[in-house]
Design a protein around this ligand. Structure first.
Ligand code: VGL
Ligand code: ZN
Length: 264
């Protein structure tokens, strides 16, 4: 009874103000976020026993599979990038007969005749098209509607980023940008290998294209500790959002998972 009186005695003006701000809020609310999961180069050659094995790479697959399960359940699509080189790729030490992991100046002639000089790390031969090393690591769950993005497919240009080559994607476009754009994606959850090369370059391109990038540290590993921590610092400075583990990511972005209760 007391309650009822109190409600009736509330001045109308207060209700009106509340209602007005509620409606205003709806009209001025930012467009809805739309997430996608991006798994970078989860391939045999970057895992234990591979030709360019990244330390502890195998440990990322348990959390990535959990994340994948959550994403599938909540309608979040996945793209998976695949480093996919020709046997004579310009990044291979064997192509130039140079020491592995050295940096070399290369003169490139592009398909359109452009001549470019680059400094390129000489990698061990890895992820060659048609070999076991280029295939996805068998611990990774694959789904029929995963979008596979192949990169590094041209002999004469490096593409660390899943969007395309090192020259603002002038010489190799993978189609990732138009796929994301068409789906009206706003946010990318980025995981995979390797933190200091392909995850890093994909994140920077994504930021440049206007996406919000979320990186989960338990789901990435780097080639080298120094370049890895530099890459993380640089990504942070450019606005990439970092989380230690999936649990933290899900808690902080709970709305995309329909406010699920998480027990990971
Ligand atoms: C990568 C070096 C060479 C990567 C690919 O996936 O990070 N690193 N090719
Ligand atoms: Zn490569």
């Amino acid at each position: 009874m007391g309650n009822k009186v109190a409600v009736e005695e509330q001045p109308n003006l207060k209700n009106y103000k509340q209602e007005k701000s509620f409606i205003q809020n709806i009209f001025t609310r930012k467009p809805k976020k739309k997430f996608v999961l991006g798994i970078i180069d989860p391939q045999n050659d970057f895992c234990e026993g591979g030709s360019l094995a990244v330390l502890d790479a195998n440990k990322i697959f348990v959390p990535i599979n959990k994340l994948r399960y959550l994403c599938v359940r909540h309608g979040i699509k996945t793209f998976i990038s695949q480093d996919f080189h020709h046997l004579a790729h310009m990044s291979f030490a064997s192509t130039h007969d140079k020491p592995v992991f050295s940096n070399q100046k290369l003169n490139l002639v592009m398909e359109n005749g452009d001549k470019l000089t680059v400094t390129q790390t000489m990698w061990p031969t890895h992820c060659v098209q048609g070999t076991k090393g280029a295939e996805f690591y068998s611990d990774l769950f694959l789904f029929y509607n995963d979008k596979i993005i192949q990169k590094g497919t041209k002999t004469n240009v490096e593409s660390y980023s899943a969007f395309g080559d090192e020259f603002n994607n002038q010489y190799e476009q993978t189609g990732l940008y138009s796929w994301l754009n068409q789906k009206k994606i706003t946010d990318i959850i980025l995981v995979g290998l390797a933190t200091d090369y392909c995850v890093y370059n994909t994140a920077l391109d994504a930021v440049k294209y206007g996406f919000t990038v979320h990186v989960i540290l338990s789901c990435i590993r780097g080639v080298n500790p120094t370049t890895t921590s530099n890459a993380i610092e640089d990504m942070k400075s450019k606005g990439v959002v970092f989380y230690d583990e999936i649990f933290e990511f899900v808690n902080k972005n709970n709305r995309i998972f329909n406010n699920i209760n998480l027990f990971l």
